[in-house]
Write a protein that binds this ligand. Sequence first.
Ligand code: C2E
Ligand code: CA
Ligand code: CA
Length: 632
Amino acid sequence: MTQAGNRSGGSDCQAGHLPVHFSHDLGGEPEFDHFASLAATICGTPTAAVTLIAGDMQWIKGAVGVGREAMPANRSFCAHTVRANRFLSIGDATADDRFRDNPLVTGTDHIRFYAGMPLVIDHEPVGALCVIDTKARDEGLKPEQRQALEMLAAQASLQLQLRRALAERDGAVRELNAVVGQLSWAATHDHLTGVGNRAMLRRTLNGRVGKDAGPFGLLAIDVDHFKQINDSFGHQAGDELLKEIARRLTMALRLEDIVIRLGGDEFAIVLDRVADDATLSQLAERLLAAMRPPFIYEGRALECRITIGGARWPFHSPRADDVVRYADAALYEAKSRGRGIFALFEQEMLATRAQRRLEIDRARHALAAGQVVPFYQPKVDLQHGTILGLEALLRILEPGCSAIMPHAIAAAFDEAEIAQAIGHSMLTQVLRDMRGWLDAGLQFGRVAINVSATEIGDPNYASRLLAALAQHGIAPAMLELEILENVLLDQRSAAVLASVRTLSDAGVRIAFDDFGTGYAALAHLPSFPVDTIKIDQLFVRELDNGANQAIVRALLALAAELGLEAIAEGVETPQQAAQLRALGCTVAQGFLFSKPIPAGDVASKLSRKPRTARRPHARPVTEPRLPSCRAA
Ligand code: C2E
Ligand code: CA
Ligand code: CA
């Protein structure tokens, strides 16, 4: 039943002309054998077949009197029926140029008579129902036979159509299932690291608490100095680091434990079967240990440190939300104790956490509202009372109240992003004020700004600051940075040192703030490019105390020895000023001389005749209120 003269008809039957996207099963089915057998009976032939032409092959879907082997379409009679897309009748194949040389005609199949009716799906011919005889039949089919063949072909077409629809539906369902699977994975997983996400945390917690699946521990984790790594090495490095951390967390834990990335550099872990503090600490310590080796990225070693807070369910609270909050509070505590450690939740931490939240929110709000401004406190020559410079101190001016002091937003100085935003706002305003005073011809000396460890640990800090100075046309030597001495103890000291060196080389003055209160300063002093030490108010406040006097004397001697300037902070009384002078201190700062004042008051302060610091000053000085502020 088939062939195609490879000369004339053959080329017409190539794959391109035939339906190639036949989507259902090409294999034989008994139901189609039934069609074939009916057709053979009705037409009185020994052979009949339901064929499909797909690609360049003919497939037998059902047959009687012939096998089911597929064959090349270029030999197929039915391929001609399909191509013509109408009834085809060949009375004697040996008399037809198209089939005379076809092996099915010349060979043992010995085909002479062929009649085929196309099978059509969606108006597209896909195969044929054919009857075949080894005897020629010049008269062809009788009209009623042909009609019956047509009806059978229509029925077979319907069956094929149904199968295709079912196949497509199954395919669609399979595809849909795959998509649903992907979606549900994506809905509960972090796409960067592949660990669970917030939704997974929620689901896990709800599941455990709901089913009371036994006690569990929750760890809240923060990557130390992630922003700094991102800033110095780029986002790609940051992403790789997060992936590495997720990997190490997962590897260090048991299969039942669930690692979650909450977003940014925050992770959480649900630890299965944790019934006591010791187990929780042990697992947390294991994670800290896993982070100890640096992560090598493109040949560079990146610190991979984390800080961990932990709480337990149901020990700390029967509510999952509480446990999350408590672990977070413990994390805050661990961070404020110096990072790189684990802290277990204690009830008192809640107040600290709430306070920190409040402070950070207040800072955010103040920044957004443009309420963060510098006030200036003079640094005074103890001998003559002349103003040698100013220290810029942050104030928040909310309409209708007295200026809010920096301690009200203390936590914000530790949060990388907000600390930098505050620093940037302060620096810009200070430089603008300095520019204004310079333009007005005022002699204000140097201006000092306070920088947090978070800011100066940023590898771009120095270049940003120098650019800002240049932009305002201000010489670096007119600016001083006040850095807390304990910043040296910070893990970031290498980055801090780099920033400080760059700035110092450029001429910016460096001061150690609150000097004498930390442990690091003395050891580091000689190796640090420092110009000034600021003797902490703690020692100045009780100069009558012999020990304090001894410390101040020692600090002054040390400064003299190293060729540094020394300033005494927090001078409130003439007695203190006198004692300091007697100890050899030449520069001081404190309420005795002036409280911090708004920028607008600086000009009049500078032009006022210096009050001699020797004269006892009876009236206590209070910090000035803004005109708009209520008396508080
Ligand atoms: P600090 O740098 O040691 O600033 C000196 C603090 O002592 C200031 O408090 C100042 O108002 C206060 N003070 C000055 N003279 C006297 C005095 O005679 N007696 C007493 N009792 N206090 C005096 P303030 O303004 O509340 O600032 C507190 C701290 O906040 C600062 O301590 C500084 O570490 C930080 N800070 C202030 N402004 C900024 C800023 O812009 N950025 C950063 N990172 N920190 C800032
Ligand atoms: Ca300071
Ligand atoms: Ca200070």
